[in-house]
Design a protein around this ligand. Structure first.
Ligand SMILES: Nc1nc2c(ncn2[C@@H]2O[C@H](COP(=O)(O)OP(=O)(O)OP(=O)(O)O)[C@@H](O)[C@H]2O)c(=O)[nH]1
Ligand SMILES: [Mg+2]
Length: 439
């Protein structure tokens, strides 16, 4: 598939820098470069992938900048189309003027991600690799970066390709046994079909299970700090961040909104959310803050319920201490403990002295691991929420068998016993495999 128009964009981030890169891609990219570049030769005469020094001129013949330009002829380019790269001097104005010259000479401004989209459309990479490009750009930790790099190299695509090949091989056998009965091909039935499908189902479920880890690598684990006003929530966020991000004061209700920052804990990106303290609200603004706290709690992967151990236990403190996704933290261990907390099991820390903070960080990582949110290096899947492993493309798979939802009714290939339905299996399996392959 090819796209006809030629696109252009500044590929380096906005702001000051020594060099900026403007790229052109499409059928007219080299022709446009000929119009705006002046050097010893015209770009159309350049050998592919060689850099040439020259100057870029605007439509009204004004010198914009001295640049280095290279052309990458199709199909040996990132996008698979003719691609021109212009390295000009950094700074917003110069790169914007070079881009403007490209647009005036006939290019169209590219949409975000359109160069990679073209690479995908021209078969230079598969969808998993295209998704990995954005993960790579946005990676916040080394682990996320390595994972995205592996995906870009095609590991996820290879695994999906392997599953697809296995399904096609099964399908071919089923088709042959149904469509050419006179050839005497023994139809796969019952166990002989179920066994390979079982292993394929496990492979798919294994890949889908890593989607959550992929989300964690891309977006971070959502850790929400909540508790009574003045407990030290903002102090804890500042401590974990290593700098004073949030205002801390002894006035109750200092934090009115949810504040989010990312920290890197042992390679795991953690999205820390500091929230408005819980108490019977005194103002509309504070009630809104508390409502936001509650919303954040619903979306939390892990909650840090923090209390001030030098004051009595707050009324809202229901002590959900046993929950896997909740760590109860008693702050201000440098102050004498109020009798309400005597023998209370919780992690004791002091945001003032730093005491107990390494233990808290360790506990956060342990809980993340326990909930299987700890990312391992491996496959990540971009996109929204993870689909149910047992429900793929209208195909239901569980231990008792495989079923296809069709219209209002559904067909079910049970594995329990050799009943009459087994004779239908090849046809049903064919439909089911086709269903999966269409995804
Ligand atoms: N002694 C002592 N004081 C602390 C400690 N942690 C926080 N504080 C103090 O407790 C007060 C409240 O701290 P914050 O971090 O603003 O508390 P908060 O939970 O964010 O409060 P709100 O935003 O009002 O809900 C401040 O005066 C902090 O300096 C600690 O470990 N020891
Ligand atoms: Mg606060």
């Amino acid at each position: 598939m090819t796209v006809s128009d030629t696109i252009a964009a500044v590929s380096t981030p906005p702001g000051e820098g020594a060099i900026a890169l403007v790229r052109l891609s499409g059928a007219n990219a080299i022709q446009i470069a000929d119009k705006i570049f002046r050097g010893k030769e015209l770009p159309s005469q350049f050998a592919s992938h060689m850099q040439h020094l020259g100057e870029i001129f605007s439509a009204n013949d004004q010198l914009i900048d001295q640049v280095v330009l290279s052309i990458h002829r199709a199909p040996a380019s990132y996008t698979g189309e003719d691609l021109v790269e212009i390295s000009c001097h950094g700074g917003t104005l110069v790169s914007a003027k070079v881009l403007e010259a490209c647009l005036r000479a006939g290019a169209r401004a590219a949409r975000p991600g359109e160069f990679t989209e073209r690479a995908f459309l021209n078969g230079k990479m598969d969808l998993t690799q295209a998704e990995a490009v954005i993960d790579l750009i946005r990676a916040r930790t080394d682990l996320a970066l390595r994972s995205a790099t592996e995906q870009l190299e095609g590991r996820l695509g290879d695994q999906i390709g392997k599953i697809r090949d296995e399904l096609i091989a099964l399908l071919a056998h089923i088709n042959a046994s149904i469509d050419f009965p006179e050839e005497g091909i023994a139809p796969d039935e019952g166990e002989t079909l179920c066994a390979p499908l079982d292993s394929i189902r496990e492979e798919i479920a294994g890949l889908l299970a890593t989607a959550d880890q992929g989300r964690v690598l891309r977006e971070g684990v959502r850790v929400v700090i909540y508790g009574a006003t003045n407990a030290g929530k903002s102090s804890l966020l500042n401590r974990l961040l290593g700098y004073d991000r949030v205002i801390v004061s002894d006035t109750h209700g200092t934090t009115r909104d949810t504040i989010e920052e990312t920290v890197n804990l042992d390679g795991v990106p953690i999205r820390l959310l500091d929230t408005a303290g819980l108490r019977a609200s005194e103002s509309e603004l504070e009630s809104e803050g508390i409502a936001r706290t509650e919303k954040s709690l619903q979306l939390a992967d892990l909650r840090l319920h923090i209390a001030d151990r030098s004051v009595p236990k707050p009324a809202h403190f229901d002590g959900r201490t046993g929950e896997a996704n909740e760590i109860v933290v008693l702050n201000k261990s440098d102050l004498p403990e109020n009798k309400d907390w005597k023998n209370f099991t919780a992690l004791r820390i002091s945001c003032l002295t730093g005491e107990g903070l390494p233990q808290l960080q360790k506990e956060i990582l342990t809980r993340i691991r326990q909930q299987n949110l700890r990312p391992r290096l491996g496959i990540v899947r971009s996109g929204a929420d993870s689909p149910e492993p047992g429900n793929l493309a209208g195909v239901r798979c569980d231990r008792s068998g495989y079923g296809i939802a069709r219209g209002r009714g559904s067909h079910w290939c049970g594995r329990r016993g050799a009943d009459s339905r087994l004779r239908l299996q090849p046809v049903l399996y064919r439909q089911m495999i086709n269903c999966i392959l269409k995804r």
